[in-house]
Unconditional design. Sequence first.
Length: 276
Amino acid sequence: MDQKQLDRLTEWFGGYIQPFYSPDGDEFLNGNLRLKECHTHRVCGYTRQLAGQLGLDENETRLAETIALLHDIGRFEQFARYRTYKDTASENHSLLGLRILRAEKCLEGLAEEEKRIIETAVEHHNALRIPEGIEGGTLLFAKIIRDADKLDIYDLTVENFRRYHEDPTGYKLEIEFPDEPYYSPELLDTLQRGELLDYRLVRTMNDVKLLEIGWVYDVYFAFTLRQIAEKRYIEQLAERLPATKEVQRAVRGVMRYMHRRTEQTDYNGAAGKLSG
């Protein structure tokens, strides 16, 4: 994939999303759309960093950045139509994004393998796990977008939880789940077992915090985990949960897992990344 193709897609992205913004000052709509537009560009940045850590060449890095650019393309129509980013209350934004990419034909001109890799990564970037049967380079790029996406969502949610808890009545962005003083025992049990937490079981703001703490078990690269550890995302999320012994025990397990994983070397693990 060459730079001209990436530049063309970047220009298309900007032109595609602009009409979703309200010219009439609907700040709830515009603020939430702006949130996703800025998120997209930050994920592109994290993707470039991760690609560098993995030793990807220039063409591979551009392909990874293209996936980052397009991974949330369904969010704009989703919010404009439903006024929510909650997939369970609207529709799966990844599948919506895949339909948009095909309807807009914006991937025409790319090699067929590149189109397949992009579509596969976009389709599964928000799935509970990457389906079996995805292998080789396609699997690598699917892992990269999932890690880069999580890094920026951690940053966003930690900051947005801080802003919300400081001034709940003045908070202007969407609140997907109610701020209630309890959490799901089922989600906590899953976290304690070191297994992936299912978004469909989330009912409260505290459940969201548990879910994102549990994302650590779905992070693929040591570079990503080092970023999470250095920025203390897990500790900041845990500080806003009820200080029960069960929660503290689960968080300690997550921290031990992170410590073990951050000792790994991503570059060696990525050897032969595009074979198979």
